[in-house]
Design a protein around this ligand. Sequence first.
Ligand SMILES: CC(C)(COP(=O)(O)OP(=O)(O)OC[C@H]1O[C@@H](n2cnc3c(N)ncnc32)[C@H](O)[C@@H]1OP(=O)(O)O)[C@@H](O)C(=O)NCCC(=O)NCCS
Length: 249
Amino acid sequence: MATMLGLGTLARVAGEIRRDVSAAHQRDPAARGVSSLEVLATWPGVQALLAHRVAHGLCGLGVPLVPRTIAMASRALTGIEIHPAAGIGDGLFIDHGSGVVIGETARVGDDVTLYQGVTLGGTGFATGKRHPTVQDNVTIGSGAKVLGPVTVGHGAKVGANSVVLHDVPPNTTVVGNPGHAVRVEGRRPEGPDADWVHLPDPVADAMRDLAGRIAALERALEKTTGHRTPPSGEVRPLRNVRGRNPAGG
Ligand SMILES: CC(C)(COP(=O)(O)OP(=O)(O)OC[C@H]1O[C@@H](n2cnc3c(N)ncnc32)[C@H](O)[C@@H]1OP(=O)(O)O)[C@@H](O)C(=O)NCCC(=O)NCCS
């Protein structure tokens, strides 16, 4: 029985290693033509994942100290910090590695790609599920921060340096801070609800309206009295609500 268990575990681990290495081959142009052994020996993303799979297994068995020690050593070697309890699916590829943080309650699906500097983190001192869930086939660009118990839907893309604080629907591309959708199912979002960032600014609208009415009164007064009111400063909204539409709609 013990032998069967050992063989089964070995076969599973071998399968995971094969899939991790093949994820690097498929998604890293720099890995083309590089042998699997070399990828295994020199790709920090692959090594961090192997270390995590061991740490996660031991963590699940309730082994104290060792999982965190493995995670710490792996971070020192690769610059990638994955909490031993984080759930990682098959075929994750972490390109370059440095500065990647994956929190304790994060869940990462299959065939996900993370670039350097990605954080799947919490937003404060909340307990319980406080890190993101990243579904299958998601790509998260370098420097992007996905914070809180949000879900990044399958097939979504998060642009480099984005800050994502809300759920991302499947097959959607979000960019910027705060992250907002620029593509949904490959198409620019359309319509008044498409712009998640530049919401209507009723205060600025009211001030612009008042400024226009005061200017009209001043012109009428100038005509009747001949007295010219010195021009006052331009009334401008606090933010550019009519600027370039980042949703492209
Ligand atoms: C977000 C991303 C995946 C989008 O790629 P894409 O699907 O080809 O989409 P596009 O390039 O057509 O970009 C869509 C829109 O988002 C904008 N955009 C793309 N990436 C952006 C980013 N990181 N920040 C802000 N805006 C971005 C584009 O200018 C474009 O705007 P438009 O609709 O006004 O034309 C890609 O730009 C990205 O950031 N990838 C991460 C790559 C990375 O981290 N590489 C590190 C290698 S070491």
